[in-house]
Design a protein around this ligand. Structure first.
Ligand SMILES: *Cc1c(COP(=O)(O)O)cnc(C)c1O
Length: 418
């Protein structure tokens, strides 16, 4: 596109930034200078308060407090205290959310716990398009249960709704598809799952922290999610599990470790499950890493998820408007749904040579990511992305495609992590 068109856009972007009621939040994050960071849906940037939170946890609580800190610094209670804080963001009343482990491990525990609630049923339904670890873990779960099988929704059919019937024990659904950014209707789908007598597990990895989630209202049964994407808690920060209170009395899961025991410090022989949500725990948690979540949640504590979502949609609308003509010109396709109620926090563009394009963008300080075989992803966390960033990203994409910059050999080589 011509320079004059971009200049006109520049005025609009500046105006949108000036009108932005959330612009003050950006200063709470460490964003490397000149970087347009659109990979916050993969690894969120550091909240500045993370540095002092880690220093406090290491210097005061660990170095000076040592073993007493399990009580005095609330380390042992952390899965529930931070779990409840996350619960506030995902529409979960207190006592139903715990912070622990990785999403993969949490899926293993949750799928078993859900299947145990429907012992006469033999099918787990999931999406072929799911983030692969969800399916890998589901495979591992059915291997350890007799006669269970996994049935997958596939592009072109069968659809999820067609697979759900009286044989279905559990349905595992991604609230937002990691690749396309498509958002599911949690209320409607949970209702269908319940009408068939099955249990719903929602994976919130790509929705928690960027859009309003209402687990209690939707009557979800279980949910899992991670904290290092839109929740900005850093690489390897623990994930979370939600279990609706109505299931707490029958809760069982196979990784029955001491942290999930009813009385871990009586050191008794034989496992007795803790009452309530702690039953989902297994062993000692990564305290230092988990603590960063406090800093991340503090950074958005004075704004509402509804306001964050409104800005996120404005950002993605704006990006789509700017890149649509570029995509048409170069044979790329926007795969993220256009209707707001079907769109997550990101915009995905399908382009066969997406990988070198992403690399070329990165060399120009515009950071997105690539998901094989052909998807370029751009995330728009509303707390720190500006409209002028969106404009710069679109303009850089135009430059990379129109000048064939991505065809340069140096951008073809893949690293271990893409
Ligand atoms: C990021 C993500 C995960 C990550 O799983 P870990 O075990 O924490 O590495 C799992 N599922 C989905 C849908 C994700 O987006």
């Amino acid at each position: 596109m011509s320079d004059t068109i971009w200049q006109n856009h520049a005025q609009e972007a500046k105006r949108l930034d000036a009108e932005d009621q959330l612009s003050h939040l950006r200063d709470r994050y460490f964003i490397p200078e000149n970087m347009i960071y659109l990979a916050g849906n993969s690894l969120g940037p550091a909240p500045k308060a993370a540095f002092s939170e880690v220093a406090k946890a290491v210097e005061q609580e660990w170095a000076n407090g040592l073993v007493a800190s399990w009580n005095s610094a609330g380390w042992f209670a952390m899965p529930e205290t931070i779990g409840d804080r996350i619960g506030q963001l995902i529409g979960a009343a207190a006592g139903q959310t715990v912070l622990c482990d990785t999403v993969s491990l949490n899926l293993f525990k949750t799928l078993h716990a859900a299947a145990d609630l429907r012992p006469d049923r033999k099918v787990i339904v999931a999406e072929a398009s799911s983030f692969p670890t969800d399916l890998y873990v589901a495979e591992g779960v059915i291997k350890t249960r007799s006669n269970m099988e996994l049935q997958l929704e596939r592009p072109g059919g069968p659809m999820l709704e067609e697979l759900i019937n009286e044989d279905t024990a559990v349905v595992l659904i991604n609230h937002v598809d990691y690749k396309t950014g498509a958002l599911r209707d949690m209320v409607a789908l949970t209702r269908k799952i319940h009408a068939a007598g099955a249990i719903a597990i929602w994976d919130l990895c790509h929705s928690a922290g960027v859009l309003p989630v209402e687990l209690d209202t939707a009557q979800a049964d279980f949910a899992v999610g991670c904290t290092y994407k839109y929740l900005n808690a850093g690489p390897g920060a623990p994930g979370f599990i939600y279990v609706a209170e109505r299931h707490h009395t029958n809760l069982s899961q196979p990784l029955s470790g001491w942290w999930g025991h009813a009385a871990p410090f009586t050191f008794e022989i034989g496992y007795r499950s803790a009452p309530g949500i702690r039953a989902m725990l297994t062993g000692t948690q990564p305290i230092i890493s988990g603590r960063i979540i406090n800093a991340a949640l503090d950074a958005i504590a004075d704004v509402s998820m509804a306001d964050l979502r409104t800005k996120n949609l404005k950002l993605t609308d704006y990006f789509i408007k700017l890149v649509a003509p570029i995509c048409t010109k170069y044979g790329a396709t926007i795969t993220t749904p256009i209707p707001h109620h079907e769109r997550g926090g990101q915009v995905s563009i399908m382009f066969e040579d997406g990988y070198p394009v992403i690399r070329a963008l990165m060399s120009r300080d515009v950071v997105g990511d690539f998901r094989a075989p052909d998807t370029m992803r751009f995330g728009f966390p509303p707390a720190y992305i500006r409209f002028t960033d969106v404009l710069k990203a679109a303009q850089t994409l135009d430059d990379v495609l129109s000048n064939g910059i991505w065809e340069n050999k140096e951008y073809q080589q893949k690293g271990a992590v893409t």
